[in-house]
Design a protein around this ligand. Structure first.
Ligand SMILES: NC(=O)c1ccc[n+]([C@@H]2O[C@H](COP(=O)([O-])OP(=O)(O)OC[C@H]3O[C@@H](n4cnc5c(N)ncnc54)[C@H](O)[C@@H]3O)[C@@H](O)[C@H]2O)c1
Length: 292
């Protein structure tokens, strides 16, 4: 009987929120050899998963840091905040432009398939969202670059789009904390939930387990663009605060903050049988029950 060939999978951003959940799932398959490349900008060694190998470094140095040819690259290791990206432009450029270029060149050299973690911000406000912040612009234009690498050089690729991901290990403190994590902390401390005006902006919060299930299917079978991974149900931020209950405090409007983005999960649904199974509402209600 022939032995199943081992598959080497590189996850950039493997010490981050989504990357660590992805790795947790990937290492469960003993035929996978899983390696993370992370510079610990927002990632943490606390997110390391037993069974994976961790290499510390910036994606722009990938050619020097990774001395093997992986079978698959999940490219998640980018700067990942919308409003803060105006203040962090240099870091955004280094990671999302120089870094991603280097990752694409690496994939071209090794003939490795890349799964790119695109963002729903590209579709915000009727397509205008793609230009609303440095973050959104780099993510949207990177999807074009990945696609062009497919056309120009024939590299194998799949482009996914995540919609406001939540779940365990999302960043809960400091300038890069996520909305759900901030609301949870404020709820626990009996503080008003702070909402950026107008509050009617809608988000399709999607659980990280659903995202990871989609990513793994897309890694195996996805080809090309348009793999939107988003929960169908949208919630305004005011509505999310209402589900938590308690007081709210309004904050002034912020640059880059889009009103909403349509979800298009037709490709993962029709080709891969994927759909988001978890609901943010249930997640919050469970949290409130356990913390009241
Ligand atoms: N969380 C969301 O709601 C969401 C939505 C859309 C798209 N995405 C994309 O998914 C990916 C993962 O997001 P996340 O929520 O897990 O964020 P995260 O900040 O928790 O994870 C990103 C990880 O990448 C690492 N990283 C950043 N720049 C790097 C670089 N140049 N070289 C090596 N490592 C680098 C960070 O240290 C971190 O560990 C990102 O590309 C993000 O843009 C996330």
């Amino acid at each position: 009987m022939s032995e199943t060939a081992k598959k080497t999978i590189l996850v950039t951003g493997g010490a981050g929120f989504i990357g660590s959940h992805l790795i947790e799932k990937l290492v469960q398959d003993e035929d996978n050899i899983v390696v993370s490349l992370d510079n610990y900008f927002t990632g943490s060694k606390d997110n390391h998963i037993a069974g994976a190998t961790y290499i510390e470094g910036h994606t722009k140095d990938i050619a020097k840091l990774i001395d093997f040819a992986p079978d698959l690259v999940f490219h998640l290791g980018e700067y990942s905040r919308v409003e803060q990206s105006f203040d962090d432009l240099q870091i955004v450029w280094e990671s999302n432009k120089n870094g991603t270029f280097a990752v694409l060149e690496f994939c071209r050299k090794h003939n490795t398939k890349i799964v790119y973690a695109g963002s729903s911000t590209k579709f915000g406000d009727g397509g205008l969202g793609r230009d609303q912040s440095p973050y959104a612009w780099t993510k949207a234009t990177n999807t074009e670059l990945v696609r062009n690498y497919g056309t120009w050089f024939g590299i194998k690729y799949a482009i996914t789009y995540f919609y406001n991901v939540y779940g365990p290990r999302e960043i809960s403190t400091g300038p890069y904390a996520t909305l759900i994590a901030i609301f949870k902390n404020k709820f626990k401390n009996n503080e008003p939930l702070t909402i950026v005006a107008p509050g009617t902006q809608v988000r399709n919060f999607t659980h990280v387990d659903d995202i990871v299930r989609g990513l793994i299917l897309i890694g195996e079978k996805g080809e090309g663009d348009d793999y939107g991974l988003g929960a169908e149900e949208g919630y305004s931020i005011l509505n999310i605060a209402k589900i938590f209950g308690g007081e709210v405090a309004m904050l002034p409007e912020r640059k880059g903050n889009r009103m909403g983005a349509p979800v298009d999960s037709a490709r993962p649904r029709n080709e891969l049988g994927w759909c988001a199974e978890k609901r943010i509402e249930d997640h919050i209600k469970e949290f409130v029950k356990n913390n009241s």
